[in-house]
Write a protein that binds this ligand. Structure first.
Ligand SMILES: [Fe+2]
Ligand SMILES: [Fe+2]
Length: 180
């Protein structure tokens, strides 16, 4: 499998998490435990695993091929990862106040849920349609395979059980949880 296909597969589940976040933002009430699960899934899966593979492995490989990390498409992707982290802090930092019934915290949580989901949907479209296709053109089959092997090492070191499957089942549980 191409390394870029590994990342595109993660995107499928990150997009499902974004859908969950949008549904939560428009719901009359949000279960704070669901918010905690969203924050944990982003920090461990979307950012901790997926963005780590991009930032520590794909983007440096692309830099070797002339894609600068300080300007151009890779720089834009890095900036958007940072923007995403701000939205996550905006959710996490308001959960306690939200639990106490604070109206402003509730608005802030909704704003940041929608902000994250909107940003990531757009970001993923750019990666799938543009950035990863640039990577496919720039990288040889052997380089893609080596990168895939590196991704597997990261997945083994971070995700218990050696795959992303535990995160995928957590996203599915959340989907079931909010539809009840
Ligand atoms: Fe990204
Ligand atoms: Fe990505």
């Amino acid at each position: 499998m191409k390394a870029t296909a590994n990342l595109e597969n993660d995107h499928i589940y990150i997009l499902r998490l974004c859908d969950v976040m949008e549904k939560m933002a428009y719901a009359a009430n949000i279960d704070p435990e669901h918010l905690e699960r969203v924050v944990s899934l982003i920090r461990n899966f979307a950012d901790g695993l997926h963005h780590k593979k991009e930032e520590d492995l794909l983007f440096p490989k692309m830099a070797e091929k002339g894609f600068s990390p300080v300007q151009g498409p890779v720089a834009v992707m890095l900036h958007e990862h940072e923007e995403g982290r701000k939205f996550v802090r905006g959710i996490a930092g308001n959960i306690d106040l939200y639990k106490s019934g604070d109206k402003e915290a509730s608005e802030a949580v909704k704003y940041n849920l929608l902000g994250y989901a909107g940003l990531l949907k757009n970001h993923i479209a750019k990666e799938n349609n543009i950035l990863f296709r640039m990577a496919d053109n720039a990288l040889s089959d052997e380089e893609q395979e080596n990168l895939s092997a590196e991704f597997n090492k990261v997945e083994k070191s971070l995700a218990p059980g050696g795959t992303s499957s535990s995160y995928i089942s957590q996203i599915e549980e959340l989907e079931d949880g909010i539809s009840q």
